[in-house]
Design a protein around this ligand. Sequence first.
Ligand code: C5P
Length: 299
Amino acid sequence: MTPDARVIETAPAKVNLFLHVGDRRTDGYHDLESLAVFADCADTILIERGDALSLTVAGPFAAALPADENNLGLLAARRLASHAGVRAGARITLAKKIPVAAGLGGGSADAAAVLRGLNRLWSLGLSHDELREIAACAGADVPVCIDSGPAWMEGRGERVASLPSLPESWLLLVNPGVPVRTSEVFAKLRRRSGLGVERPAAAFEDVHALTWFLRSTANDLEDPAKNIAPEIGEVLEEIGKLPKTLLTRMSGSGATCFAIFANHDDTCSALASLQLRRPAWWCTACGLAPRAIAPSQLR
Ligand code: C5P
């Protein structure tokens, strides 16, 4: 089979439906537990054959993301090349549609998509387990983005167990346009839930069963993030007032917050009324993304 001359990958936004923090570890990270899902709102990545590794960033949030050596996608690409002994390069073009430093794992999703794409472009045949190991070098959130399906995260986030698919659920994602640095949020963290939430053994029957489960959990990073960016409190207040919301919460280390709805119509009418009230905020209505690759195709 002729190797592909170019591949396209999508990098869906990650939403932490809950996030509990445990102890600070000797490596400076915190142990955590989280239920992560992926929304069908995504960056797009085009990877073409090339002599050297290069990255160009385009799209509405391009200006917020320097395409320099610290870019997670480039970092992941170099790790993969050295792991697999690849000398070829690749031209990576990233269309950035997910806000940056927003608690949606955008940079991590991009890095994971680059790893999946290069695995195909360079015909490496690496399994997703192997890709996850390489991904962990680029950041705690990158491994969960390799499959981009509902997942239970443990350790510093790099230990990932996939979950049965979730019931039909709709998300309104809202970001007030204030970037928040994850390290600063963890540094301001005072109250931690600790670990020990029981991982759901069976699939949730419907979105109401899912939100009932989530109500016994929290995002421990919400208070420290609000401390850094008080706009997060405003977002939570506004989305809490929208009709038909089943649960509202912040994702990751913020500032993006989400509201869960039972159907598409309720989500879209909430989106419309919020956009009228707060035209400067980034808002989008999303379903849950299908996995990057169907589980049966995982190698
Ligand atoms: O892994 P990543 O580089 O995204 O993490 C950014 C920072 O967030 C870390 O340097 C650390 O300060 C903090 N962090 C943490 N515990 C985690 C994940 C991140 O303390 N589980």
